[in-house]
Design a protein around this ligand. Structure first.
Ligand code: FES
Length: 192
């Protein structure tokens, strides 16, 4: 069999303008390819970075830093007779001679801070079988709950009395410690 070479007429030479168009189209194809390659590399790097971040984040524990619930508030002598409000701790410290007790300022309705109301003259109050004289009360500015001087709720939506917290004396420096993690009864007293 005889090999037939294509004749020059079968593949006609491109005109200068056609050749220019072909070069242009080839350049466009090349730059599109390189753009797609770069896009692919970028996506891969982003995925790797995401994996690394997730790995590093998994090494850091989810810790919620809360205020300590047991803290020193100073030496007992520093507290004068009557009541003192520790605003940053939301607690009232009461002193009667050598005895101390602490009442929470956190309203038992929805947690607003109650305000201390000093009465113009002492008032006799009866709670259950108990009768006592009070010179202060606690009123909540949010929804109007009211508490007697011993923390018992008597008006508004508050469902229960204000909490009493355990008090201790620090063995190392003699300071008063308030332990908000331990609620105690209304009759709790610390004598120093
Ligand atoms: S939060 Fe105190 S009455 Fe509602």
């Amino acid at each position: 069999m005889k090999n037939e070479k294509p004749s020059p007429e079968a593949t006609p030479a491109l005109s200068p303008s056609e050749a220019g168009e072909e070069r242009e189209s080839s350049a466009v194809n090349t730059s599109r390819r390189s753009f797609l390659v770069r896009l692919g590399i970028g996506a891969t790097l982003a995925a790797i970075a995401g994996q690394i971040y997730a790995f590093i984040r998994s090494l850091v524990p989810n810790v919620l830093y809360e205020e300590p619930r047991r803290f020193k508030v100073g030496p007992p002598d520093q507290f004068s007779e009557g009541v003192q409000f520790l605003e940053d701790k939301r607690v009232f410290i009461f002193r009667q001679g050598n005895t101390f007790y602490a009442i929470s300022a956190i309203c038992t309705h929805l947690g607003c801070t109650v305000k201390l109301q000093r009465l113009n003259r002492p008032k006799t109050v009866k709670v259950g079988n108990r009768q006592f004289q009070e010179s202060v009360e606690f009123h909540c500015p949010c929804h109007g709950s009211k508490y007697y001087g011993d923390g018992t709720n008597y008006a508004g939506p508050a469902p229960r009395p204000l909490a009493y917290y355990k008090l201790e004396i620090a063995p190392d420096d003699g300071q008063l410690i308030v332990d908000m993690s331990q609620e105690v009864g209304q009759d709790f007293r610390l004598t120093v």
